[in-house]
Design a protein around this ligand. Structure first.
Ligand SMILES: Nc1ncnc2c1ncn2[C@@H]1O[C@H](COP(=O)(O)OP(=O)(O)O)[C@@H](O)[C@H]1O
Ligand SMILES: [Mg+2]
Length: 375
């Protein structure tokens, strides 16, 4: 924690200070003064620590808001901010939060994992990681889809850092989290409106500015509003290899979500046209999930066929899929991310570019074929 903020931690956040300073804790959740949970290794556990009363908790949240130049009160009952050390704070106060002030502090992870780390943790296989590398190299547009805390941002960091170094990347975020490593990268962050309601700079504004700054690829940390349309348009107009994350449970749902968000961006564009644009813009959806055992795994790498079917629906085909094969005595989920046997539609492009990723890499393992046969 930065030293100025440390004073706030010492005074207002004293009841949860030890968890904020404990590196094995990734998130601290406060549900009213008496209920505190912490997350370790992806699992939540309740701890005995608590705030003196609602007043003390509210004072802590107000202090955080003040620290980041914002206000939280009955009129503005929600807060979403980044602390100087990179932690993300979200809070909702009464009357909107009925049980008392609710606070979440997601700590900034100091580690910056790479593909190798994700492979070691079992989040992805070496072969699937290499496939994503190939797709990134070929400038395929990608969306990472998953729930809250499923590892989207972490994965985007990894994928963004695999973009060939000679390309110029513009990274756009609501509150800066990404640490993409590349030779040529520029980071933009949105700005909230001030107390007079002025000076707001949105993701949409930043995408538009970014397009004038000669980006090769655009990376949007999280697509959750009308900017979906701007990103889709950018992806379709010569900024291949752009990336973003969105909140959805399946690759298909991710496309539907982008569609809904695009309609928020511009209701003049007919839905059928938006669908076609999405289908042609997005090449791959990488689905990530937090499983019951606390692990984060890529559960699907799906290709979006660049057109809609006769009923105007997206055509999505799984190239890799996670198949659960059992559960260990300690609760650990056993399974494998395997190629499904479907070749990506850009197989020829892989071959023409002489990328070392042959057709045989897409063949499913024997056990899968045997299981499928017997089913
Ligand atoms: N592959 C992974 N394996 C284990 N932990 C992970 C993995 N990816 C992310 N995490 C952890 O999960 C938490 C949420 O990750 P984050 O990338 O911020 O998720 P999201 O962007 O989906 O909300 C962080 O504490 C992060 O360190
Ligand atoms: Mg995130």
């Amino acid at each position: 924690m930065s030293s100025v903020f440390q004073d706030s931690v010492d005074t207002f956040l004293a009841p949860i200070k030890k968890h904020l300073e404990d590196d094995s804790v990734t998130e601290v959740l406060v549900n009213g003064a008496n209920e505190v949970f912490v997350e370790r290794k992806g699992k939540l556990e309740r701890v005995q620590d608590h705030f003196k009363d609602e007043q003390a908790l509210l004072a802590a949240v107000r202090n955080i808001a003040q620290f980041v130049g914002r206000r939280i009160d009955e009129e503005n009952p929600t807060l979403d901010a980044r602390l100087p050390d990179g932690s993300r704070v979200a809070a909702v106060v009464p009357p909107c939060s009925r049980k008392g002030t609710t606070l979440s502090i997601r700590k900034f992870s100091k580690s910056n994992p790479t593909f190798v780390d994700l492979i070691e943790r079992g989040s992805i296989t070496k072969e699937a990681a290499r496939f994503l590398d190939v797709a990134i190299f070929l400038g395929k547009n990608m969306i990472i889809s998953g729930g809250t805390g499923s590892g989207k941002t972490t994965l985007l960091n990894v994928l963004g850092s695999r973009i060939p170094g000679h390309q110029r990347l513009l990274v756009i975020e609501d509150s800066s989290e990404l640490k993409i490593k590349s030779d040529h990268v520029v980071f933009f962050e949105t700005k909230h409106k001030d107390e007079m309601g002025k000076g707001e700079v949105t993701i949409r504004d930043l995408i538009r500015s970014a397009l004038r700054l000669r980006p090769d690829r655009i990376i949007v940390g999280e697509v959750r509003g009308g900017e979906a349309l701007d990103l889709i348009t950018a992806m379709n107009t010569g900024h291949g290899g752009s990336m973003g994350t969105t909140h959805a449970n399946t690759p298909y749902d991710a496309l539907v979500r982008l569609e809904t968000l695009s309609m928020m961006g511009d209701t003049q564009v007919p839905i059928a046209a938006i669908r076609r644009q999405i289908a042609s813009a997005i090449s791959l959806v990488v689905q990530i999930k937090r499983l019951n055992d606390g692990s984060r795994k890529i559960t699907q790498i799906a290709e979006v066929i660049p057109d809609v079917d006769a009923n105007g629906r997206y055509m999505v085909q799984e190239i890799f899929a996670f198949i659960q094969r059992g559960i260990a005595p300690d609760g650990k989920i056993l399974g494998e991310l395997i190629p499904t046997g479907t070749l990506p539609s850009f197989m020829e492009e892989i071959e023409v570019n002489r990328l070392p990723y042959g057709r045989d890499k897409f063949a499913p393992p024997a056990w899968y074929l045997a299981e499928k046969k017997s089913a």
